[in-house]
Design a protein around this ligand. Structure first.
Ligand code: 5RP
Length: 222
């Protein structure tokens, strides 16, 4: 099976998992990236079975709308039953690195609101320790050099993602060469640097369920 077929399989498994808990009033959170896109495409067939979605990026909002799925402002919904999103890496505790698509801040906000966070990923994303994938950090543009110096003090190699501006008008520093042994601690340390908007560690709020696409089928890990 190709990586795209594995992503499609977990997207369909996620739709199957959430459908029994959806009703006409339910609003769900939807992530960003190629796996999330497969999920949106699979969800479209059931668009009359729930009220709509909150999107974690402009790109996701557009894809949802193109399928005729209503997109709500997060401030106008009472709560979210689910958040469904991909990841760049997941460890066995379902702590994640996200933000390869630069949508980490809105993703973390929507995940924080959702009752259940379902991560969907192909098995290339499963690792024992996070950090092989460069850790994205969203930064206020004027603080870029300051934040980069602080990241060096923490032992990482920050690389400016040139040509990328987030949906919030900020820039991204990707931290290379950092073996992350304490994801929760590092998430807090990075958040404490002045000028950091958000970092791509999802450890304080990990996923609740991981649907992992493997050549032997979709594994459900909780
Ligand atoms: C975007 C993300 C994505 O979930 C992550 O990059 C995985 O993407 P893909 O599903 O395309 O492999 O965090 O900011």
């Amino acid at each position: 099976m190709s990586q795209d077929q594995l992503k499609q399989a977990v997207a369909q498994a996620a739709v199957k998992e959430i459908l029994p808990r959806l009703d006409k009033h339910a609003v769900i959170g939807v992530g960003t990236g190629s796996t999330a896109n497969f999920f949106i495409d699979a969800l479209a067939a059931y668009k009359d079975d729930f009220a709509g979605a909150v999107a974690s990026s402009e790109a996701t909002a557009e894809r949802l709308k193109n399928h005729g799925i209503e997109v709500f402002d997060l401030n106008n919904v009472a709560g979210l039953e689910f958040y469904i999103d991909g990841a760049d890496e997941t460890n066995p505790h379902l702590e994640l690195i996200k933000g390869g698509g630069a949508a980490l801040t809105r993703e973390k906000i929507v995940a924080a609101v959702a009752k259940t966070f379902i991560c969907i990923a192909d098995d290339s994303k499963k690792v024992d320790f996070l950090g092989n994938f460069p850790l994205p950090v969203e930064v206020i543009p004027m603080a870029r050099s300051h934040v980069a110096r602080q990241i060096v003090r923490l032992g990482g190699d920050p690389v400016y993602r040139t040509g990328v501006v987030t949906d919030n008008g900020n820039v991204i520093l990707d931290i290379h060469n950092m073996q992350i042994t304490d994801p929760r601690g590092l998430e807090e340390q990075l958040n404490a640097i002045v000028g950091v908007v958000c970092n791509g560690l999802f450890a304080a709020r990990p996923a609740d369920v991981l649907l992992l696409g493997t050549k032997d089928g979709v594994q459900r890990i909780v």
